[in-house]
Design a protein around this ligand. Structure first.
Ligand code: FEO
Length: 400
């Protein structure tokens, strides 16, 4: 895509990553891609706010050169040092030898750690401002949204917030870059939720703290480092991030995420009976088969729904491995405040339920009495599974 002037003297100069299969080497983006947004302010002085990842440096420099003489660049504002934002720095600075590189103290340390950059580096203070002529940048320290050095940059006169990873989302920008011109806003909001749960959710307290820092600041445009630029309704993405972050502290939406792992369908049959029990209570449910679904796509439901049913067999004395992977990631991402239950089959000795109980306690999940069974569930087991579904649904309804 070509550079786009999004406000007077402010340009989007981002690039789409349609190449990577995984973001951070972990999260699938082969279908959705991701945009790495960078912003240029061309005033009496010029500034770039974040750059892009190393792999896309050529695309980035080529399109920057369409609107700007890179050799005249005055400042690079480093909101965040993760290499999806900073990987092009070394090449860029060879073309812009007089540019000063600005970041919070922890960012300047990382510039040396990652790229050996020490020349022309300046440390910023929280709240410090930089006048570029007719535009003033204000730097606000927002640690752990996403790394400890991360800040957001506010363009005072134009009421624009360059929010870095905060308020970002997966999904390439298909020609349109704004919330009011994209083809399918609901799709981008879903991509923002998956991105939030994959990347940012573990730092929800920091997100809420960052939102609080801008509570009295007028914001007409939210311009994150990934995903759409929100200019028609900038409050929408802030509200979504606030709501999702608050699920870290308290109960989420009424609904149950059912996680299924099964070897010979015995656990599946028991789960089906449990689903009947849940349905009889009218609680919404989503089933994710952990054998074929990457955890990246499971986390949005796990994070936003109040209930969890883990249906998985014992494998070699422990939890079914693919289910264990999902639960370990849930623990890593600090998925808390759940009403949860376990059921599953074993062949000669259990173990999965014990692993579930230990992890549920660690994650502070409230558990409804689940059970394991030897072999197939039989009629008695199916009745018990139905009743477990009813009890879990009731707990979810009561736990709002
Ligand atoms: Fe977009 Fe934390 O990197």
């Amino acid at each position: 895509m070509k550079p786009i002037e999004i406000r007077p003297k402010v340009w989007w100069v981002g690039v789409n990553d349609r190449v990577s299969y995984l973001f951070e080497g972990l999260w699938p983006i082969a279908e959705e891609g991701i945009s790495i947004n960078s912003y240029l302010i061309k005033d009496e002085k010029s500034a770039l706010i974040d750059v892009t990842e190393e792999m896309l440096t050529e695309d980035y420099l080529a399109q920057l050169a369409e609107v700007f003489d890179i050799s005249t660049l005055d400042y690079v504002i480093v909101n965040h040092m993760e290499p999806d934002h900073s990987g092009a720095l070394t090449r860029l600075l060879k073309l812009a030898p007089n540019a000063k590189i600005l970041g919070m103290p922890k960012a300047t340390a990382m510039m040396n750690d990652f790229y050996g950059l020490t020349e022309n580096v300046e440390r910023l203070k929280n709240g410090q401002e930089l006048n570029l002529g007719t535009n003033t940048l204000r730097f606000v320290y927002t640690p752990f949204v996403h790394w400890p050095e991360t800040m957001m940059t506010y363009l005072v006169e134009q009421k624009m917030l360059f929010s870095c990873d905060g308020f970002g989302g997966y999904g390439v920008l298909d020609g349109a870059i704004y919330d009011d011109t994209c083809a399918d806003l609901a799709w981008y909001e879903a991509q923002a939720l998956r991105y939030f749960t994959n990347i940012v959710a573990a730092f929800s307290k920091s997100v809420l703290s960052a939102i609080g820092k801008f509570a009295d600041t007028p914001i007409e445009v939210v311009a994150p480092s990934h995903g759409l630029i929100w200019r028609k309704n900038p409050g929408r993405i802030v509200e979504l991030y606030q709501r999702w972050s608050e699920y870290y502290n308290g109960p989420a939406e009424e609904g149950i995420t059912v996680l299924l792992g099964t070897m010979y369908r015995n656990t599946e049959h028991a789960m089906s009976a449990a689903l009947e029990g849940i349905a009889s209570e009218g609680v919404p449910v989503t089933v994710h088969d952990v054998r074929r679904m990457d955890v990246s796509y499971i986390l949005p439901d796990l994070w936003t729904k109040r209930g969890v049913l883990v249906a998985a067999p014992t494998y070699e004395g422990h939890m079914f491995p693919k289910m264990m992977d999902v639960l370990m990631m849930a623990d890593r991402k600090r998925v808390k405040h759940k009403q949860a239950a376990y059921l599953g089959s074993y062949a000669w000795s259990g173990g999965a339920k014990r692993d579930f109980d230990e992890l549920a306690e660690k994650m502070e999940w409230q558990t409804v009495n689940g059970f394991d069974f030897i072999g197939g569930p039989q009629e008695l087991g199916l009745d018990r599974a139905r009743e477990l579904g009813v009890q879990l649904a009731k707990a979810v309804k009561a736990g709002g």
